[in-house]
Design a protein around this ligand. Sequence first.
Ligand SMILES: [Zn+2]
Length: 269
Amino acid sequence: MLCRRYEGVVSSHFRHLPYNSGRPLSRCLFCDNGNWRNTPFRHQLHGHPPQNPLDEGRGNTLNMFIEQPARWLRWLYPHALWRMSPDEHSVYLTFDDGPIPEATPFILDTLDKYGAKATFFMVGDNVRKYPELYEEVVRRGHLVGNHTYHHLGSFKHFTLTYAVDVIEANALIKSKFFRPPHGWLRHTVYWWVKRRYRVVMWDLVTRDYSKWLTGPDVLRNVQRYARNGSIITFHDSLKSIDKLHYALPRALEWLKNEGYEFKIFKEGD
Ligand SMILES: [Zn+2]
């Protein structure tokens, strides 16, 4: 069973691991189209060290689907961007839910330190409250995207309500890029949104928002799942910022050492 999880970067990923016999792996067996129950076994076989207690047994499979969405999920929104070209040694950093004064300035300074540009999917109401932060993000050369005005979950609201919220947010954010809060869109909403915006999902969720994870866990998620063309999701939020103080500079350092370029989306992507 072949897997696409680590294609492109797999040799650098596995070089130092004890169970790798030295032959270059073009495919990792840590995959989403095989037998789920075999995953922890294959995981060990290929030398991934156990990462944290949640990685053992079933928890592993479950987390894996959150951190790196499976192909069937990607098929639900086929026109959305999930991953950029696997031929480029680049990653696309994204930050959701800001801007807020407790998190965004730290993130901006850290990105500057590593010469990295990122995309900020902003909540309209935060832009209203902190317009100077919005301006600062734009001034430093980052891209902004729409994340609705009130961080609406699509399934709890009528299509019209949701559409109005997106339009209101766009009056402040002014972007062609959109990311749905919680990563889900009712299909009627999806078709409405996709005619007007480029929908950006992700290839890797760091889960920096999770109260069960620590800064080192977040860093390990980046190290484990980042690959060519990955769209990586962090959050500039109160839930994530403690973990980002630890994980963000180290993740940027690691990505840079792995030779990744940091890119932002372009019109036409
Ligand atoms: Zn969000």
